[in-house]
Ligand binder design. Structure first.
Ligand code: GRF
Length: 202
């Protein structure tokens, strides 16, 4: 069986991209990160890709007339690289229907809360402001909604009394850096079965 090829989409720091790059390098999963795309030319994730000799590409929304045309370009670039799995790792744009249709079942996202609680752009801050006692991390298949797709894996963490956002974010990122590579490993090994909303890991 040939090694799986993964594309990672990032908008910012890319610490989760780094976790995937390191996991691939260590042989934690049998797949290669072959493409990194960012909508933000200043994303540090692009530097990480460069350092790891991974092809990277900036596709800026502002260069396209509409969201649909932008997503068409993304689909084209991804398909040109013969990609088995697309990972959204801190990619801060919501995918269009055409994008989701093109990759459904092989498109996963990472979110810093226990979905369906605290979906949206600031999952960590929203959980803190709400006064939640528990939050966590979710890895899920992407569907047409915002952070609504079938859950692959979740891990919970307690929010301590008076905890700062920085502190909580640090703990959440630590969990993400383990959980995302684990979900990718299961995908690559064909261990994820998606039926309706349910994902079984076997
Ligand atoms: C992560 O917390 C992820 O859950 C969210 O965006 C953040 C990206 O962090 N979707 P990084 O760019 O991987 O460091």
């Amino acid at each position: 069986m040939s090694r799986k090829r993964i594309a990672v989409l990032v908008s910012g720091s890319g610490s989760n991209l780094q976790a995937l790059i390191d996991s691939a390098k260590e042989g934690y999963f049998d797949a290669d990160i072959v493409l990194v795309i960012s909508n933000n030319s200043n994303a540090f994730g692009l530097e990480r890709a460069k350092k790891a000799n991974i092809v990277s590409k900036v596709v800026s929304l502002s260069d396209f007339e509409s969201r649909e045309i932008y997503d068409k370009e993304l689909i084209k670039v991804i398909n040109e690289h013969d990609i088995d799995l697309v990972v959204l790792a801190g990619y801060m744009l919501i995918c269009s229907e055409a994008f989701v249709d093109g990759f459904y079942g092989r498109l996963i996202n990472l979110h810093p809360s226990l979905l369906p609680s605290f979906a949206g752009a600031d999952g960590i801050g929203d959980a803190l402001n709400y006064g939640a006692k528990i939050t966590g991390v979710t890895v899920h298949f992407v569907d047409k909604g915002c952070d609504t797709g079938p859950v692959i894996m979740q891990e919970a963490i307690e929010i301590k009394e008076g905890e700062s956002k920085e502190n909580l974010a640090e703990k959440i990122h630590k969990i993400e850096h383990k959980l995302l590579p684990k979900a990718v490993k299961y995908f690559v090994e064909g261990k994820l079965k998606l039926e309706g909303r349910k994902v079984s890991v076997f």
